[in-house]
Design a protein around this ligand. Structure first.
Ligand code: HEC
Ligand code: HEC
Length: 219
């Protein structure tokens, strides 16, 4: 793998990075210092994931160092398993089983603190296979603004409060792909949405974001 070669070429930098990472992790473990836990990114294919893949996802972002540890594989391997050159962690997305088994059974010094059970290893392995097909979407300006409105601005709580983080529906229905007309109509007719006031530009931005979510779902 190309990334591996890069790591190998930078032994000094890698050592320093590992030392500071370890310090960071031991502080997290010891003193419970503030540590921004990484959450699964919004563009993961949540709606099509199996229960096993979802358990693996929980381990990957939050519980790799044990349930409640707040330490995830993501801390070293990145939010979509792309690897982190500063830590010397290679890409983990789509890992091959034999490499995975070696690395999670003492083959990687930095991972020795992992005490995952065989079942947990199967779970996290299945999630790495999901990550294999995940790419970071390139959101344009309109979609990025729309995402902000969707997640926090609309009505002071964001559309997500009722339609869910990825618009697949919670209290309100799945609205991926809904256009500006449908949004305006809903703002007029749905009682729960009465508090929401958006300009025409904002409605268009939210619609762009909903379209992006819809397109993501299709592949
Ligand atoms: C503290 C940092 C750290 C954490 C946390 C961590 N890893 Fe790693 N991982 C590494 C490093 C460093 C390597 C490379 C080791 C080497 O090549 O000697 C590695 C290697 C791997 C590899 C081998 C990739 C390859 O193709 O060579 C896989 C797969 C992997 N880790 C999966 C995981 C999973 C799954 C978790 C969570 C359960 C995890 N790692 C948690 C640092 C970490
Ligand atoms: C307080 C909860 C709430 C919030 C916040 C909210 N909605 Fe809704 N929304 C609903 C409910 C409930 C329905 C379903 C009403 C029904 O079916 O009668 C709905 C329906 C809709 C519909 C119609 C769906 C369809 O299938 O026709 C659209 C479009 C919509 N919402 C978009 C949005 C957008 C965009 C936002 C943010 C700008 C938002 N909603 C914020 C509760 C909410």
């Amino acid at each position: 793998m190309q990334q591996h070669k890069n790591f190998a070429r930078r032994p000094q930098r890698r050592k320093a990075a590992i030392a500071s990472l370890w310090l960071g992790l031991s502080i997290i473990g010891g003193a419970n210092a503030a540590h921004a836990e990484m959450d699964p990114p919004w563009f993961l294919p949540f709606s099509t994931m199996t229960e096993q893949e979802k358990r693996g996802m929980q381990l990957y972002y939050h519980d790799a160092g044990g349930v409640g540890s707040g330490i995830g594989c993501a801390d070293c391997h990145g939010d979509i398993g792309q690897g982190n050159i500063d830590v010397g962690a290679p890409a983990a997305a789509g890992a091959i089983r034999s490499t995975f088994d070696t690395m999670t059974s003492g083959g990687a010094e930095l991972m020795n603190f992992l005490k995952n059970t065989p079942a947990e290893k199967d779970d996290v392995f299945s999630f790495l296979q999901v990550l294999r097909y995940v790419t970071r979407p390139n959101l344009g300006e309109a979609e990025t603004e729309g995402k902000k409105i969707y997640e926090e601005i609309a009505g002071g709580v964001g559309c997500q409060a009722c339609h869910g983080m990825d618009a697949v529906g919670v209290i309100g229905p799945d609205i991926r792909g809904k256009d500006p007309v449908a949004i305006l109509e809903a703002m007029k007719t749905v009682p729960d949405m009465g508090i929401i006031e958006l300009t025409e530009v904002q409605v268009n931005q939210v619609a762009s974001y909903l379209r992006a979510l819809h397109e993501l779902e299709e592949h």
